[in-house]
Ligand binder design. Structure first.
Ligand code: 6R9
Length: 650
């Protein structure tokens, strides 16, 4: 990370969009951006009402914003249906035969759904949900592979007012169980399996494990995808295709209140328990719509591809909702970027003529490592705009993306945002903002971002501080599901009335935001958030483990790798077999992405005299091989010296 900061400080390369790009873009000059930004901050009601009117509402709002910090209501009194806006609206307006989803499965199977076909599938599935007893405001857990049905399931929930809660397909049965307990979902939508690197992930078996002892789930709807054998529990489990065959392909949607809950998405924080971030309908709809329109500059003839999974917020906002609100054609891909090899993405870009491509820095670094030949054998000339998200992008990766993938002609939008913000907050506008490798540049419309020091003063240019948002925005989280106190304490207590993002950042003289990374104990592994406390609690749930401390270390491809220091219970001998067992245990409790890259068994952890683990020393140790800095509060310096020897030996 520190290497990144240094290269950021000396970064003077700057790129401007070509005249040709600007001419066609929605926002084509900085003057236009500044004018609109000013209005969005000074007169948010005027600005957002104009945007909201581009979509369909059954009843207009009476007030754009009702703000009693930290609670916001947007488009108060308005009624709408986000699914109708994503799907039916396009059919009604004559875009029914346009492709909505061009899908490719990992084994190479292909499917295209037009907006009209999508409408029929969504309507059918809305009927299936209702026939299976799902009602408005019921929570529905979705655990699916990346098939069109993942988006269909989300849209069908939204259509009937049910609240979806997606659990990423790479998470474990235990993770599903925790989320079920917290959300009290009444139904689960899953599949027999999903393809990943040539193998089948047995999704249904994980759901079965998670449901042992569960009392709230009444129905499990299972999509047939991989045809592997699954157990179906009588009365509880039903097949998607069998249920769909029983119901009509039309469904009359009703409108819901603008503040009707839309979804819960769990994300890691600084405690062991993930937070259920709650988003509601109207504001989220308008933010995802406008960010796609202005930042991805989506047009009728674009072929857009976001490589995320719907299990993450990026898949919610920039696969399902935002692109479909804009009626764009998008590519969806089921599997891994390196199956059968690292040219898979470029083959897909070439085959479908992708024009807008949105991915994560960790993927870009993996492509660089795999070698340029894999890129060069494909024609990528259809691309006109590139995007990144998930973590700070190192300038080297940015330049490679710009030159090798974008051919030096495609602007890159480096988009900073979070599960909590619902939509992109900081990003260049591709037709006007001068871009530099490594900065998410400027705030989007309505985003009053600033960097503050500990006393609440705004930092001077190039000084590091905490990133905050000083005014509410339409797609902001409304609460942590079932935990108002945690919502207030986590996001709104550092500075009165302001949202704290949890990221460190600085602004350069031109006002560009440079994100440094998380300030809390949250790691960013391959663009995914992972709480160190979460991994620690998984580790200590293993019978051999007495205590554990987890920190991140810089990693070439993942950004950060997970390092665990583990002390064993008395009488337990350390061994390679135990090491594997402990790693696998974390995989079983959370999911494969949380498996520690390095595990050090140690007699003791470095603690202060008051018993606090000194993570600062551990972080330094794994990054540099040595612990320096202030150790006066340390209980026993020998513990650190022993760990140094262990780490250096590796
Ligand atoms: C959308 C998403 C949020 C955290 C965020 C920050 C990091 C995301 C970034 C970025 C630098 C970017 N982050 N985008 N850092 N530049 N363009 O990733 O949501 O999974 O909730 O993670 O990711 O640290 O706080 P989420």
């Amino acid at each position: 990370m520190s290497k990144n900061i240094e290269s950021h400080l000396s970064e003077d390369r700057e790129f401007k969009p070509s005249k040709e790009f600007s001419k066609k873009a929605r926002i084509s000059s900085m003057a236009q951006y500044k004018r609109m930004y000013k209005e969005s901050i000074e007169k948010p009601a005027t600005f957002w009402a104009r945007e909201a009117k581009e979509l369909q509402w059954s009843k207009q709002w009476t007030k754009v914003l009702d703000w009693k910090a930290p609670y916001a209501k947007w488009f108060v009194g308005g009624k709408t249906n986000i699914c109708v806006n994503c799907v039916d609206r396009h059919v009604e307006e004559g875009r029914g035969t346009k492709a909505a989803i061009i899908w490719e499965g990992e084994p190479g199977d292909k499917r295209t759904l037009t907006y009209q076909q999508l409408q029929r599938e969504v309507c059918r599935f809305a009927n299936v949900l209702q026939a299976n007893g799902v009602k408005s405001k019921d929570r529905v857990l979705i655990y699916m592979p990346m098939t069109p049905e993942a988006s269909i399931a989300m849209l069908a929930c939204a259509r009937i007012g049910a609240v979806h809660s997606i659990v990423f397909g790479g998470f474990s049965a235990e993770s599903i169980k925790d989320r079920l307990e917290d959300s009290k979902a009444v139904a689960v939508i899953t599949a027999d399996g999903g393809w990943r690197r040539g193998g089948v992930i047995d999704l249904k078996a994980n759901v079965d494990d998670a449901l042992k002892g569960d009392k709230t789930v009444k129905k499990v709807i299972v999509l047939k995808r991989t045809e592997n054998e699954v157990k179906m529990k009588r009365g509880r489990d039903v097949w998607w295709h069998e249920e769909a065959a029983k119901v009509p392909a039309t469904h009359k949607a009703r409108a819901f209140d603008s503040e009707h809950p839309l979804f819960i998405l769990y994300t890691s924080g600084s405690t062991g328990k993930p937070k259920g971030i709650l988003h509601t309908t109207g504001g989220y709809m308008i933010s995802t719509y406008t960010t796609c329109k202005y930042i991805f500059d989506m047009r009728d003839d674009d072929v857009y591809w976001c490589t995320a999974d719907v299990g993450w917020i990026t898949g919610h906002s920039y696969i399902t909702y935002g692109p479909m609100l804009n009626g764009v054609t998008q590519v969806m891909y089921e599997g891994a970027p390196n199956f059968p090899d690292f040219s898979r993405f470029w083959q897909i870009v070439e085959e479908y003529g992708v024009t807008i491509f949105y991915t994560a820095p960790t993927a870009i670094r993996a492509f660089i490592k795999a070698g340029d030949e894999l890129v060069e054998k494909h024609d990528l000339s259809s691309l006109r705009l590139l995007g990144t998200v998930g973590e700070p992008i190192n300038p080297e990766a940015w330049m490679w993306y710009y030159d090798k993938i974008g051919g030096g002609r495609c602007p890159i939008v480096d988009t900073w945002w979070q599960t909590e913000t619902g939509a992109i907050m900081l990003s260049p506008l591709p037709g006007c903002t001068p871009i530099k490798p490594g900065t998410a540049t400027l705030p989007f419309f309505g985003v009053d971002a600033a960097i503050l020091d500990e006393t609440g003063q705004e930092c001077k240019a190039n000084e590091g501080g905490r990133l905050v948002i000083r005014q509410p925005w339409p797609s902001m989280l409304r609460t942590i599901y079932g935990d108002k106190k945690r919502y207030k304490d986590t996001y709104w207590s550092d500075y009165s009335g302001m949202y704290t993002a949890g990221d460190g950042a600085r602004r350069d003289k031109k006002g560009n935001f440079w994100i440094v990374g998380r300030l809390d104990d949250v790691l960013n592994v391959s663009g995914h958030r992972l709480g160190t406390a979460e991994v620690e609690s998984a580790l200590v749930s293993h019978k051999a483990v007495a205590e554990a401390a987890v920190v991140g270390r810089p990693h070439d491809i993942k950004g950060q790798a997970v390092v665990a220091f583990v002390s064993l219970r008395a009488g337990v001998e350390s061994s390679d077999a135990l090491l594997k067992e402990v790693r696998d245990h974390v995989g079983k409790i959370i999911g494969a992405i949380a498996k520690p890259d390095d595990v050090y068994f140690t007699q003791a952890l470095p603690k202060t005299r008051s018993g606090k683990i000194m993570r600062r020393l551990l972080k330094e140790l794994v990054a540099t091989g040595k612990a320096t800095g202030n150790m006066t509060t340390l209980e026993d310096i020998n513990v650190v010296r022993n760990l140094e020897a262990l780490v250096q030996k590796k």
